[in-house]
Design a protein around this ligand. Structure first.
Ligand SMILES: *[C@@H]1O[C@H](CO)[C@@H](O)[C@H](O)[C@H]1NC(C)=O
Ligand SMILES: *[C@@H]1O[C@H](CO)[C@@H](O)[C@H](O)[C@H]1NC(C)=O
Ligand SMILES: *[C@@H]1O[C@H](CO)[C@@H](O)[C@H](O)[C@H]1NC(C)=O
Length: 441
């Protein structure tokens, strides 16, 4: 059997550019959720169309978001010029820029810079996005309506294709293995990592660059999710309190941007080159609810099936799971369904006898919901929990009203020996996936 391990990580999140700064601030209990009304000024020069001159922000019901901090590399901020030349900055939309930068970090972390053709052919890319480049869709539609055919940019199509992030990473490094993109709403990042592991297990590649990226910080995003009543609206005056997974005062999710990428590698391949192995990807399970466009099955049975399949694939019992990074976005129905699913999985046969042993946190309280990148950043946090024996906290969890008795790691990080960690992702359309990571045995 070909086993799959994680040998490199890269991340750009509302807590900073880089895995270390993000993880450090996450454990410290910092929040990356800020007000869009305040930050629009900061972005004025750089992005005249999307974040600023557009005064539509003010009419929106939710004006908080997890924004990648702008600034210099020394301050762990984002400056596209640190990662891309002027041509690439012009032809790549922001989600693709984030993906390319996160892939560069992950490859550097893995120490994988192949030049031989056989190595390049054995390396693939699996990078997706949920929404992709909404801004160009919007601006181009407006321009086309107003000024007609000749004003449509020849870069329009390359900038909106979801798989272009994977394409750019492949082109940059010459990777000729499988070149693939999932787009399954909020499950995108998890499907990308899971599907990539299957490419390796089935022998299509030895190394895969896998993850998700998202940047749809545009008023239309907030209008759309606002109209579907999905967003947190009660904390516009106090952004860091906006996302409250499992808390009784939760009221919706907080949109966020960023990217997370991991280098996955076949175990013997990693050992042969002396790579540093962070964790093993032991299992992957998927399910569909076949129920409703946006609402989960209330008993969480869709989520339960995904978790069960991932554990079966990993040959791991529920009682062996030390930490679950929940999907929990801070919506009423979604968090309740997931807590119910976790209870069905963890309590009873092959599980534990005591709720307090069920350890679950949602890192969305700190970073918000990175949509198509959520599954990969949360998988990355699960890997970090194993590598560092630390549990990231659930911010804003003052009084849970679901999952009674669980250890939700409220407000503050905890130390714990983590041998097995699971990461859940559920998406609109009823698509669910779970990933199981473990220490390398
Ligand atoms: C990967 O896909 C993109 C198109 O999305 C393409 O431009 C790129 O050349 C592909 N890479 C390889 C190595 O086939
Ligand atoms: C699977 O994904 C989504 C998001 O919550 C949802 O639409 C679907 O029904 C989920 N299933 C659950 C949580 O049981
Ligand atoms: C788990 O999935 C992998 C493919 O990723 C496969 O090779 C392996 O046989 C599966 N294991 C079990 C126990 O189902």
């Amino acid at each position: 059997m070909r086993r799959v391990v994680v040998t490199g990580l890269g991340a750009i999140t509302p807590l900073g550019v880089g895995v270390r700064p993000t993880w450090r601030r996450l454990l410290a209990g910092d929040s990356g959720v800020v007000s869009l009304l305040a930050s629009t000024h900061a972005h004025q020069e750089e992005e005249p169309t999307s974040r600023s001159s557009n005064n539509k922000w003010r009419d929106l019901t939710s004006t908080v978001a997890g924004l990648v901090p702008q600034g210099s590399a020394a301050q762990h901020g984002w400056d596209a010029a640190d990662w891309l030349d002027a041509t690439d900055r012009r032809r790549m939309s922001k989600f693709a820029q984030y993906a390319v930068a996160a892939a560069e970090m992950a490859l550097a972390d893995a120490g994988w810079k192949p030049t031989a053709m056989s190595d390049l052919e054995a390396t693939g890319v699996c990078l997706g996005s949920g929404i992709g480049n909404l801004e160009d869709f919007y601006d181009t539609s407006v321009t086309y309506e107003k000024d007609g055919y000749k004003k449509v940019s020849p870069l329009f199509v390359p900038k909106i294709l979801i798989n272009m992030a994977a394409g750019h990473v492949a082109m940059r490094y010459g990777f000729r293995g499988p070149n693939h993109s999932a787009t399954t709403a909020c499950t995108t990042g998890a499907h990308s990592v899971g599907d990539a592991s299957r490419f390796i297990a089935f022998g299509d590649a030895d190394v895969m660059v896998a993850g998700g990226a998202e940047s749809c910080i545009h008023p239309l995003t907030f209008a759309g999710f606002g109209r579907s009543r999905s967003l947190s609206t009660a904390y516009n005056h106090d952004p860091p309190s906006g996302c409250r997974p499992f808390d009784k005062d939760r009221g919706g999710f907080v949109v966020a941007e960023g990217a997370a990428v991991m280098v996955l590698e076949e175990l013997e391949h990693a050992k042969a080159r002396g790579a540093h192995i962070l964790a093993e990807l032991r299992g992957y399970g998927c399910s569909g609810d076949a129920h409703h466009m946006t609402a989960p099955l209330e008993d969480g049975s869709g989520a339960l099936l995904a978790m069960k399949r991932a554990l079966k694939n990993a040959s791991i019992k529920p009682s062996q799971v030390d930490y679950i990074n929940a999907h929990a976005t801070g919506t009423n129905v979604g968090d309740a369904a997931e807590a119910a699913a976790i209870r069905s999985l963890m309590i009873g046969e092959d599980g534990v006898d005591d709720e307090a042993k069920v350890t679950v946190s949602s890192t969305k309280g700190a970073v918000g919901h990175l949509l198509g990148a959520a599954g990969s950043i949360e998988a990355l946090f699960a890997v970090m929990a194993i590598a560092e024996n630390a549990l990231p906290p659930t911010l804003n969890l003052q009084s849970p009203n679901v999952g009674a008795g669980f250890n939700f790691v409220p407000l503050q990080a905890q130390e714990k020996e983590v041998k097995v960690a699971m990461s859940n992702s559920f998406g609109f359309g009823g698509t669910n996936a779970s990933l199981v990571f473990s220490e390398l045995e």
